[in-house]
Design a protein around this ligand. Structure first.
Ligand code: NAD
Length: 353
């Protein structure tokens, strides 16, 4: 008998392909808008300006100040620009940082969002917003946060640096991994996550030697879509809690932190979830999901040690305390000692036992 499930439906329109950037002005018009504020990081400002030029008079302007972890001060500046330019929607061109800024504007102004993701972080299909105020990062879920349209243009990912390609993909795999045991998983998230594992496994070994390989880029971006959709529909657990603690309270870089933690959080939960992580073990080999992911990450030259990301050994006790306080629901009970041990393994970068 099929496991009972609820499929929450899809409210985000998705356009996927090569060269789809040129469809963005039509997508904005389709939403009934005529003054788009284009968002980017400073690093991608030239691409944002070119997109605004393609909009012609339907571009209200460019705000190129997006930055990691969505600080509220930056959101305030962007909203001032949004209002003074009489913008009626936002177009976010970039990775999770730019998507986060667009979501923060949408939540406060009701603006519609068109998102053009250029990494694999997976924020675009979700109703989740993480923001930083006074040095503290908080996360919330709200239907108003979920973008109206996502335009995936494979061509824009050709410039993604190899190191970020790998860590961003492992960030996406973390969404799928926790999706496999999420209590509210559904057959769509399971099927897309399974396909995503295979697509990333096949694409990354090509991309680390040939970053502009269009077929491998298409596979990887398709995989990122599946992982993002999963993140947007199901409840996350220990892995995302730990990444949040290390990013929010210790300032560790987002994608790299997910990449280092992933084999260890997977191995922590693996004994408690029956065969739910078997799609990962089957895809990455080594007879277990945690070990398979560690070996895959190592073969892709991903960072393996929290020690290399700026964490110090004395930080581990405080991180374990923070993670064990108000823990997320998790398949295996979260104990302070269990987390401390997991963090030590991730700090040292050993293959999980
Ligand atoms: P990022 O958006 O900060 O991008 C990293 C750098 O790479 C930036 O300088 C960016 O301009 C550059 N870049 C992006 N795409 C590029 C490309 N194709 N070519 C060249 N350079 C490119 O990094 P990220 O890992 O995508 O996002 C991290 C942020 O996303 C974090 O703040 C995290 O909390 C958030 N996030 C949120 C969710 C959610 O659902 N709310 C999900 C995942 C990540």
């Amino acid at each position: 008998m099929t496991r009972p499930f609820v499929f929450p439906g899809l409210t985000t329109r998705v356009v996927f392909g090569h060269g789809t950037l040129e469809k963005v002005p039509d997508e904005v018009a389709r939403l009934g808008h005529s003054r788009a504020l284009v968002l980017s990081t400073p690093h991608q400002e030239a691409e944002a300006q070119a997109l605004a030029a393609a909009f012609g008079p339907r571009a209200a302007g460019v705000f190129a100040g997006a930055t990691m972890h969505t600080p509220v001060e930056v959101t305030d500046l962007a909203i001032t620009a949004f209002r003074s330019l009489n913008a009626d929607c936002v177009v976010s061109l970039g990775g999770g940082s730019t998507t986060g800024l667009g979501k923060a504007i949408a939540l406060r102004t009701g603006a519609d969002q068109v998102v053009i993701p250029t990494t694999y972080a997976g924020s675009e299909m979700t109703d989740i917003l993480g923001e930083t105020a006074g040095g503290e990062k908080t996360t919330r879920r709200d239907p108003a946060i979920r973008p109206e349209v996502v335009v995936y243009d494979v061509d824009l990912t050709l410039t993604l640096p190899v190191a970020l390609t790998v860590t961003s993909a492992l960030n996406a795999i973390a969404h799928a991994m926790e999706g496999f045991y999420a209590p509210d998983r559904n057959p769509v998230t399971e099927a897309l996550s399974r396909d995503a594992m295979v697509a990333f496994r096949d694409a990354l070994p090509v991309l680390i030697h040939d970053a502009k390989n269009a077929d491998a880029r298409a596979k990887a971006l398709f995989a990122a879509w599946g992982c993002s959709l999963t993140l947007g529909q199901v409840t996350m657990a220990l892995h995302h809690k730990l990444a949040h603690v290390l990013g929010g309270s210790f300032g560790l870089p987002h994608a790299e932190t997910h990449a280092v933690l992933l084999p260890h959080t997977t191995a922590y939960n693996e004994p408690a979830v029956g065969d739910l992580l078997k799609p990962i073990a089957d895809t990455f080999g080594e007879g277990s999901a945690g070990k398979g992911l560690w070996h895959f990450a190592r073969s892709m030259n991903a960072p393996l040690r929290l020690a290399d990301l700026g964490l110090t050994e004395p930080d581990l006790d405080r991180a374990a305390d923070l993670a064990a306080k108000n823990p997320y629901a998790n398949p295996r009970p979260v104990t302070r000692d269990g987390i401390r041990q997991l963090l030590q393994q991730a700090f040292d970068g050993q293959c999980p036992a």
